[in-house]
Design a binder for this molecule. Structure first.
Ligand code: ATP
Ligand code: MG
Length: 428
């Protein structure tokens, strides 16, 4: 029989990798909590028209990447290709900004796109998504960008660059769109196939075509920043001023338009040169039109998503390895010791220690080797002799210091033991 394998474009995150993921998630959770963002957990499946209306039918995501199916009741369902649209739907459905309040939200979880799998590009991938809903203030733009850069910095990533642009409001964009189409039409035959189609459906997307000839042509195209209204320009100037005040480096990129239709004003991407072709770790921007497009009240918002596969790839390159060491390793051999070893393990875990217990009745020597490899501070040994005398052997693995104590003193005087374990772990 052929063995069943994971689907193309999906991947098991194995136990050796999860410590890194958990550390990233815990660091993010901690930082977001300190910045007043609260977690929201929307469903992973939604009505297909949420994405059609929200992201736009002319985008790659909706046009060719969605996992859409009909459920048994005949409804068209889509497994989310991104997180923002679902969050905005939830905010509107539960009227979370009804009193005109500012809402700071985050969510982490998988998203699904039918793409060509390659390094840093999968069909099931994970996003950390952050949204600030209910403010038009340019400080909101600067805040969410700063949250992203602070997180990446806290994780130890340094050589990142940020591209920044403004795509203006919908009027600005319409005027720019007309100018761009007028400029590109004489070159139509020279554009790549996708860009030729986009000339009608989504001309701004031609600006970030990867095709070399198309790139050459758009180099001399009209500049989006020349089409901003006075208000849009003012907003953008203020955002830039705040970023400068925060020492956040960026480079203006008038060809940055992002893949999804709902963006207005600020758009940004954070890249790493160490990721090859899939260089963008974080993408985001302002989307003042999305809520009303989904049938809600006119509500401004700005947010971003970090791709966790790309982020963890970078951290692996930096050889970041969060510790998963045990505090205590229990070695035991002999029938009389089995129940006692379980009790000791339970008592110490209740005190907050990380405890691993041997289940194989191997020779002590083999068990001690595994104890050494576990990174534990303390090895507790129970053999037949100890079972008979009601004692255990303690061995501090870094210093080699050994002692014998009674089982009752071990489980009763645990506070002292915990303190000593912590001291040893901190010193190493
Ligand atoms: P790209 O240009 O790389 O296709 P995108 O503009 O489609 O990215 P967004 O929709 O902005 O990406 O998603 C935000 C982030 O999610 C990206 O910057 C990236 O880190 C990550 N991401 C998007 N698609 C994938 C994917 N198929 N596999 C892994 N990560 C992804
Ligand atoms: Mg994409």
């Amino acid at each position: 029989m052929t063995t069943i394998q994971a689907l193309r474009g999906t991947r098991d995150i194995l136990p050796d990798e999860t410590p890194l993921w958990q550390w990233v998630e815990a660091t993010a959770r901690d930082l977001l909590q300190r910045a007043a963002y609260r977690e929201i957990r929307p469903p992973m499946i939604e009505q297909t028209n949420l994405f059609e209306r929200g992201i736009g039918e002319a985008t790659d995501v909706v046009g060719k990447e969605m996992y859409t199916f009909e459920d048994r009741g005949g409804r068209s369902i889509t497994i989310r290709p991104e997180i923002t649209a679902g969050l905005v739907r939830a905010v509107n459905e539960h009227k979370l900004t009804a009193q005109g309040s500012v809402l700071r939200l985050w969510h982490v979880g998988p998203a699904f796109r039918y793409e060509r799998p390659q390094a840093g590009r999968q069909r099931q991938f994970h996003q950390l998504d952050v949204e600030l809903v209910g403010s038009r203030d340019p400080r909101a733009d600067a805040e969410v960008i700063a949250v992203a850069t602070t997180l990446l910095q806290t994780l130890g990533l340094k050589s990142l660059t940020m591209d920044l642009n403004s795509v203006g409001n919908s009027d600005d964009r319409q005027r720019y769109r007309d100018a761009l189409v007028a400029f590109l039409t004489p070159f139509k035959a020279e554009l790549d196939d996708d860009s030729q189609k986009r000339l009608q459906t989504n001309p701004l997307r031609i600006l970030d075509s990867k095709n070399a000839r198309t790139q050459e042509i758009v180099q001399t195209a009209p500049n989006l920043l020349d089409f901003l209204s006075a208000d849009s320009q003012k907003h953008f100037d203020q955002v830039q001023q705040y970023l400068t005040d925060l020492d956040i480096n960026y480079r203006l990129n008038p060809r940055l338009v992002r893949g999804l239709d709902y963006y207005t004003h600020t758009a940004f991407e954070i890249q790493s040169a160490d990721l090859g072709a899939q260089a963008t770790v974080c993408g985001g921007g302002r989307y003042d039109g999305l809520m009303s497009q989904l049938g809600g009240p006119d509500t401004p918002a700005i947010g971003w998503a970090i791709g966790l596969e790309r982020l963890t790839l970078l951290l692996k390159q930096l050889a970041v390895e969060p510790s998963t060491a045990m505090d205590v390793y229990i070695v035991s051999r002999g029938e009389a010791t089995a129940g006692k070893a379980l009790q000791v393990a339970q008592a110490l875990r209740l005190e907050g220690l990380a405890v691993e217990m041997e289940l194989r009745g191997d020779a002590f020597k083999k068990q001690f080797k595994r104890a050494d490899r576990s990174g534990a501070a303390l090895c507790i040994t129970l053999g037949d002799a100890e079972a008979e005398q009601g004692t255990v052997q303690l061995k501090w693995l870094t210093s080699g210091e050994q002692s014998e104590v009674s089982q009752t003193s071990l489980t009763q005087a645990t506070a002292e033991l915990v303190q000593k374990v912590r001291q040893v772990q901190q010193a190493t």
